[in-house]
Design a protein around this ligand. Structure first.
Ligand SMILES: [Zn+2]
Ligand SMILES: [Zn+2]
Ligand SMILES: [Zn+2]
Length: 250
């Protein structure tokens, strides 16, 4: 197979990134629709429902079966291994198209689907723990000095700013609101710009960064246009060749 040129590699990577951004948009839409439906139909169990032993309103299975966690497979008896395999098989059949992870309540063997089943409700103890955790976090003012701005290029070619903690080495957000399009859009690429706030806590003037960004966008758009023009010219040549061929045959 001929080796790919740098340009071909770049094009392939761009195509892959676009495809993955579109997939992320589809998943995002699907999740949001599901969340709406859950809200409408009251699919989430309250803590009281859960404690009363109500089954999962997503899949109908019990939330908690009291059978204890699955031990590592090696430690299961032959019968348990078979049960495990059968449960696994049933699960896979029911959730073949869910494209999502699984969850189960500790001490229980029933497996629930992250797409079909709302997560179990939080108990008072868990809430307390969470509240303590939140209060131990630095305030928004304090954390400003640790925040960086990133530029996210979306699949509509718009670029939007995104702020996150400096320690994070990449942006894991895959879909964001595009203010230009007024739609949720998949992220194709992300570039770290730098500190989001000045030392005095005010948001860093974006004008210089914005100008740079616009220049980058312009360069990218121009490069795209050149590629499209080249490809159009090639198609035109091909059309002419075919016309010639057709003409010489008749
Ligand atoms: Zn369930
Ligand atoms: Zn499912
Ligand atoms: Zn857009």
């Amino acid at each position: 197979m001929a080796k790919l040129t740098e340009e071909q590699k770049r094009q392939r990577a761009a195509k892959r990134a676009l495809r993955s951004a579109l997939e992320a948009e589809t998943d995002d839409r699907r999740r949001r629709e599901r969340d709406e439906r859950w809200k409408r139909e009251g699919t989430h169990l309250s803590w009281a429902d859960y404690m009363a032993g109500e089954p999962c309103r997503g899949c109908g299975e019990p939330m908690y079966d009291g059978l204890g966690d699955w031990y590592p497979l090696m430690k299961l008896s032959e019968l348990e291994k078979r049960e495990y395999e059968e449960a696994n098989q049933r699960y896979r059949e029911r959730h073949a198209d869910c494209r999502d992870a699984r969850w189960s309540v500790s001490g229980s063997r029933v497996t629930h689907c992250c797409f079909c089943c709302p997560p179990p409700p939080m108990g008072p103890k868990q809430m307390e723990k969470l509240a303590r955790l939140f209060s131990s976090w630095p305030s928004r003012e304090e954390s400003k000095k640790d925040l960086d701005t990133w530029d996210l290029t979306l699949r509509c070619d718009h670029v939007v700013p995104h702020i996150q903690h400096r320690e994070r080495s990449h942006v894991s957000t895959r879909v964001v609101d595009c203010p230009e399009c007024g739609e949720r859009r998949g992220v194709v690429s992300s570039d770290r710009v730098g500190p989001a706030y000045r030392d005095d806590g005010t948001i860093r003037e974006r004008s210089a960064a914005d100008r740079e960004r616009l220049a980058r966008e312009l360069a990218a758009a121009e490069a795209k246009l050149t590629r499209q023009q080249k490809s159009a010219a090639a198609t035109q040549r091909r059309v002419a060749e075919l016309q010639d061929e057709l003409g010489s045959e008749s």
